[in-house]
Design a protein around this ligand. Structure first.
Ligand code: ADP
Ligand code: MG
Length: 389
């Protein structure tokens, strides 16, 4: 026999037999939920359907109780629930609330789930310097921001890669805050964009203004080279001496040596799929850790992006014929426009930001997932019918 748990007690794994013996349906669901949560946290890289979990946990009772428990755990932020697939799946949340889940009435928050809602206090939201929230993601078994900070402590340079808008810059801003000094790379980037340059004072004289590399070195900060692989390859060697452990650069025009203070660190990001991107062996070999950053569709759902829009984004990302797919940026923008101006404008705006070549497929998917929606590009004075198939 099981003794009923006190109202405020934390969930802990218990044998299935105990759950089955308990007549109380809630108690059974609680125990099933605890076992499922434990199983999913032990298998953090996979998502499971309710049926999968029934099999894995050798549950012989009807799956309704397990499903209800999983939904409550997802509502409370312990699990990720993907309802855009059929059957829906559940996976361990990479950064669950710090406290174990509690089902007791004494702790019940005013939610239909009976579990407290996930809050920023769970430790998974980090403020970026611009004040916006960054929701941490799972990386190498930990929170992405913690792993990046750890890599900095060990001076292991990291290169993030992925399409634009997947959250590379936000992740670095969340991890390093005001310590971050950024060079926004492009085909015209020159050495002066790293070290600094002389600028006119307006009275005929010139002063040297330190660039992001020098500022990061002198403050023990983090140099972030964005879009590193479209910077001309003859420019990049400006950072190699500091990355190779010498810790010193020379600014010839000033006959000045700059020494890196402790804490100085280099990170970079790039989009390997963009035209002209070249990850030279010299550059690649200096970034010991290279991390792919894809859009986190589960997170997009949690941030309020409707399931059909996430499904459209996934379908385009999986379609090799598409050159573009909505990433986290477009998905969170969708949610914001939806809140501000409503669904039709949000849908039309998504069509507007899509490159012309991919619009027919986007419009087809939108019509499929959101029947009745008028998927035209947003335009002043009406819509451009040309793009509609
Ligand atoms: N983990 C996240 N939490 C909250 N918002 C995110 C997250 N990842 C991406 N975003 C949103 O997506 C936008 C684009 O992210 P960004 O970091 O600029 O992408 P990238 O650098 O890969 O182009 C951000 O401004 C932010 O609104
Ligand atoms: Mg960026």
């Amino acid at each position: 026999m099981t003794t009923p748990q006190p109202a405020a007690s934390a969930l802990s794994p218990a044998p299935a037999a105990a759950a089955n013996a308990a007549g109380d349906q809630n108690q059974a669901a609680t125990t099933l939920g605890a076992r499922a949560l434990q199983f999913l946290q032990d298998h953090p890289t996979s998502a499971y359907t309710v049926r999968d979990l029934n099999t894995q946990l050798s549950i012989t009772t009807a799956s309704g109780g397990l499903h209800a428990a999983l939904v409550r755990l997802a509502d409370a932020g312990y699990l990720l629930r993907d309802s855009t697939v059929n059957p829906q799946t559940f996976a361990a949340h990479p950064s669950p609330p710090a406290d174990p889940p509690q089902f007791g009435a004494a702790n019940r928050a005013p939610t239909s789930s009976g579990l407290p809602r996930r809050t920023a206090a769970a430790g998974s939201v980090v403020k970026r310097p611009n004040g916006r929230d960054y929701h941490t993601r799972m990386l190498a078994g930990g929170r992405d921001v913690d792993v990046l900070r750890n890599l900095r402590q060990h001076d292991i340079p990291v290169l993030l890669y992925g399409p634009p808008g997947t959250g590379k810059t936000s992740m670095l801003e969340a991890a390093f805050g005001d310590d971050l000094y950024t060079v926004n790379g492009d085909a015209d980037t020159v050495v002066g964009d790293f070290v600094g340059d002389y600028i006119a004072n307006g009275d005929g004289t010139y002063s040297f203004v330190d660039g992001p590399l020098v500022l990061a070195m002198e403050t023990g900060g983090v140099l972030f080279v964005d879009d590193a692989t479209i910077i001309p390859p003859q420019v990049m060697p400006v950072i190699y001496p500091v990355m190779d452990g010498r810790g010193v650069i020379t600014i010839k025009s000033q006959n000045r040596q700059v020494t890196a203070k402790p804490g100085f660190y280099v990170v970079a990001a790039h989009n390997p799929f963009v035209h002209g991107a070249v990850l030279s062996p010299a550059l690649a070999s200096r970034f010991s850790i290279q991390v792919e950053v894809p859009t986190d569709y589960h997170l997009a759902r949690r941030l309020g992006v409707p399931a059909p829009i996430v499904a459209v984004a996934k379908a385009m990302a999986d379609n090799d014929a598409c050159t573009w797919a909505p990433q986290m940026r477009e998905l969170t923008d969708y949610a914001r426009v939806n809140d501000a101006l409503g669904r039709t404008v949000a849908v039309n705006n998504l069509v507007s930001v899509c490159p012309e070549d991919d619009r027919p497929e986007l419009i087809r998917l939108l019509a499929d997932k959101i029947p009745g929606v008028a998927a035209d590009p947003l335009a002043v004075g009406g819509t451009r019918k040309k793009a509609t198939p």
